[in-house]
Design a protein around this ligand. Structure first.
Ligand code: AMP
Ligand code: MG
Length: 487
């Protein structure tokens, strides 16, 4: 059945139309008893979708993929990817569908995508389903990231399907509606390249340029310009992750976007105690995707993108490689610049303060934070009090008081601004113990803890009375935190 959701909103199927080789038309599995658990009303407004309609039985059917709106061609997208360094030629949406694209109120084309909508031809051994708790988790963390000003896919809704999902135990199933400026990944290019069809690779690159990096179209070598635009947006993105202590957890090339948005909130978590070796994912036993490794991994993934793009960069392969290497070399400097700019803001320092002063100060601070096992988020938030004349809130976190005092004197001499700090250092992040508490209740049909946590983390910089427990690190008896993939 085909219905137009709202008079003013129509779906398009540009991806399916232009890149048919990467799109398998497919249908969502039916949901026996769909119930809307969460609806993101402000995102709905940005998309010009009426929340009242999305809440209606018809709207909920759209959100589980049962109702296909006019203009939409639901497809499973094909992509390849390096997972933990090993190449898989055929991954693709095993449990997801791109419903189609809609234009938001700012005129931007956005993908509407369902996750947990049933098996597709890419499902391999998987059941195509998702459990309620991991979909609530993606909703919560992606919306927290958005509120922190970090480019990310968004979450429009979570609908419980009424279909149980077999994991270690039988769990309630759900579909997440994800909204993104596209779902093009490094792995999409790897897949296109592996087909050997250069025309397909070129169409994919042109599609990426027009959607994400239109300036590249003006360059002499538009595909090299595309590559460089992806490098810049990823350098910026990873710096922003690092500044808030975000650990993605599964930075496979299929989980890295061309747009520069964060994608796929599986085993991710926010670091508490500052430590570059921080890993949460149960399967990342080698620490490949540890907090401190993220910039290096991003550059490694971008090298895989370069390999995929080579035939478009130059007709002569040697020259294509030389061009790609030259561009890839810029990643480190771009990351370092984004990081230093961000650290200046976190420390309340004017942009004019010399990097030669800031970089050693930041290096010494990292050592102090690590040696004293300091909670990353609390530290920066409390530090602004030192500018206002009270060093105790931050100082009280340290064992090495003399080390803190020496560092603080040098930092204060650079005349930091407290207000600037409070605008960029969040007080509320999705802390692991709070996330687990909210998901356990949500899985049991009690959404109140999740809604309260969402309220805190989607307005992360404004301190509010009554929310003290959302600012505190995990109690020591919470123990070591582990997260899981593909659940
Ligand atoms: P991820 O690590 O979550 O990004 O997923 C990697 C690959 O596994 C993608 O191709 C997913 O579509 C697929 N996948 C994950 N979970 C499932 C599932 N339950 N059923 C089918 N495919 C899945
Ligand atoms: Mg993925």
């Amino acid at each position: 059945m085909s219905v137009t959701p709202r008079q003013t909103v129509s779906f398009d199927n540009q991806f399916a139309r232009e890149l048919g080789e990467l799109a398998v038309p497919w249908q969502a599995e039916d949901a026996p008893d769909p119930r809307l658990l969460l609806l993101n009303e402000s995102l709905a407004a940005e998309l010009d979708l009426a929340p009242s309609w999305l809440r209606s039985p018809e709207g909920v059917r759209l959100l589980v993929g049962h109702l296909v709106p006019d203009g939409a061609t639901p497809v499973a997208q094909a992509y390849a990817g390096h997972q933990f360094g090993g190449y898989s030629p055929r991954l693709g949406d095993g449990r997801a569908l791109l419903l189609g694209e809609i234009t938001d109120t700012s005129g931007t084309r956005m993908d509407v995508h369902l996750k947990g909508s049933g098996r597709t031809p890419f499902a391999r051994g998987g059941d195509g389903l998702a459990a309620v708790a991991p979909m609530l988790r993606e909703y919560l963390i992606s919306e927290a990231m958005h509120a922190l000003g970090i480019p990310t896919t968004r979450s429009l809704a979570v609908v419980a399907t009424g279909r149980p999902v077999q994991r270690e135990t039988l769990l309630p199933g759900a579909v997440l509606t994800r909204v993104a400026s596209s779902h093009l990944r490094v792995g999409s290019f790897q897949y296109a390249r592996a087909t050997g069809d250069i025309d397909l690779l070129r169409r994919l690159a042109d599609h990426a340029i027009s959607r994400h990096h239109p300036d590249a179209a003006e360059a002499d070598n538009r595909y090299l310009a595309l590559f460089e635009a992806v490098i810049s947006s990823q350098a910026e993105l990873i710096a922003r992750w690092m500044l808030v202590g975000f650990v993605h957890g599964v930075m496979n090339t299929d989980n890295m976007t061309i747009s520069g948005e964060t994608i796929d909130y599986g085993p991710c978590a926010f670091m508490e105690v500052f430590d570059p070796a921080t890993v949460y994912s149960s399967i990342d036993t080698g620490g490949r995707y540890a907090y401190g490794n993220q910039p290096g991994v991003a550059q490694w993934n971008l090298a895989r993108l370069a390999e995929a793009l080579l035939p478009l960069l130059h007709t002569d392969e040697e020259q294509a490689i030389a061009l790609a290497v030259g561009s890839l070399d810029r990643f480190s400097a771009q990351f370092a610049s984004a990081w230093t700019t961000g650290m200046k803001a976190k420390l309340g320092l004017a942009d004019t303060v010399s990097t030669d002063l800031v970089d050693p100060l930041v290096g010494e601070l990292s050592t102090l934070l690590q040696d004293n096992r300091i909670d990353h988020t609390s530290f920066y938030r409390r530090l602004s009090d030192a500018v206002r004349g009270d060093t105790e809130p931050a100082r009280g976190l340290f064992m090495d008081l003399a080390g803190f005092d020496v560092w603080t004197r040098r930092w204060l001499a650079l005349e930091p601004q407290a207000e600037l700090m409070d605008q960029v250092n969040p007080i509320y992040i999705p802390r692991n113990h709070l996330v687990e508490e909210a998901l356990a209740a949500g899985s049991d049909a009690d959404l109140d803890p999740l809604v309260r946590l969402l309220d805190a983390v989607t307005d992360p910089f404004r301190e509010r009375p009554g929310l003290e427990r959302y600012a505190d690190p995990a109690p020591t008896d919470f123990g070591r935190y582990q997260t899981y993939c593909g659940t």
